[in-house]
Design a protein around this ligand. Structure first.
Ligand SMILES: Nc1ncnc2c1ncn2[C@@H]1O[C@H](COP(=O)(O)OP(=O)(O)OP(=O)(O)O)[C@@H](O)[C@H]1O
Ligand SMILES: [Mg+2]
Length: 218
């Protein structure tokens, strides 16, 4: 089976007019499915790293190489969701010409995958923050993304919703048949226990991947 990959080689980046690098000589690769977490404090370069990976900004030095079909989940789902209800939001993310029957099946399937069975008709404004985040994950799934980048997806959520979103990604990334690859960025160290591998970003420097149980917070 061929998995989507992302490789960063010696990637550095500084914002225009800024002397110091926001990302410095970043080297890492993700070549197999799983729940990959990068942890770092405010301003450590987390969002910048994701922007480099998905091509919103270009490295000053180094190379980002990927064959992945990348989907994004941002901190605030209200900045991402466009349509008034779950079904219509999912519909605009289906970029395939398929029959009504197949559309209905797909919508049911992805809502099921994020633990939102029966939510088709629900107006978006009646969803909790966590349900909105899970809807954005369902949108990534229905548009056939195989690699999801999540930029502090739980920052605005209460603990119950936070755990549900974490568990949703855990389930999707450990699925036996078609495991997803997820790169989750966070400043919350308590989320690391869900990861398959953890790296820390500090002042633009990224550590190597470590097992969550062996991760040293310093
Ligand atoms: N558009 C920009 N122009 C100039 N500097 C920027 C810009 N965006 C970010 N920076 C700077 O780059 C550094 C890294 O910022 P970044 O947003 O990547 O950090 P972050 O880890 O995502 O922080 P947070 O936890 O607050 O989201 C910071 O010093 C920030 O001030
Ligand atoms: Mg950020």
């Amino acid at each position: 089976m061929k998995f989507p990959y992302i490789k960063c080689k010696d990637v550095s980046f500084s914002y225009p007019g800024k002397k110091e690098n926001s990302i410095f000589k970043c080297n890492f690769s993700i070549k197999r499915p799983g729940f990959w977490i990068v942890v770092g404090k405010n301003g450590s370069g987390k969002s910048t790293l994701l922007k480099l990976i998905n091509g919103i900004i270009k490295p000053k030095n180094g190379v980002v190489d990927t064959n992945a079909n990348i989907g994004m989940v941002f901190q605030n789902p209200d900045h991402q969701i466009l349509m008034p209800n779950c079904r219509s939001e999912l519909l605009i993310n289906i970029n395939q010409n398929i029959s009504q029957n197949e559309i209905d099946k797909k919508i049911g399937y992805v809502l099921d995958q994020v633990g939102m069975t029966g939510f088709e008709k629900r107006p978006v404004h009646t969803l909790s923050g966590g349900q909105k985040q899970r809807l954005t994950i369902a949108c990534a799934l229905i548009s056939n993304r195989n690699f999801i980048l999540l930029d502090e997806p739980t920052a605005l959520l209460d603990q119950t919703s936070q755990l549900k979103v974490l568990q949703t990604i855990k389930n999707l990334t450990s699925d036996n048949k078609k495991p997803l690859t997820a790169l989750w960025i966070t400043h919350r160290y308590e989320e690391l226990t869900y990861a398959d591998a953890v790296a820390e970003l500090k002042n633009g420097f990224l550590s190597s991947w470590q097992e969550p149980s062996k991760f040293q917070y310093n």
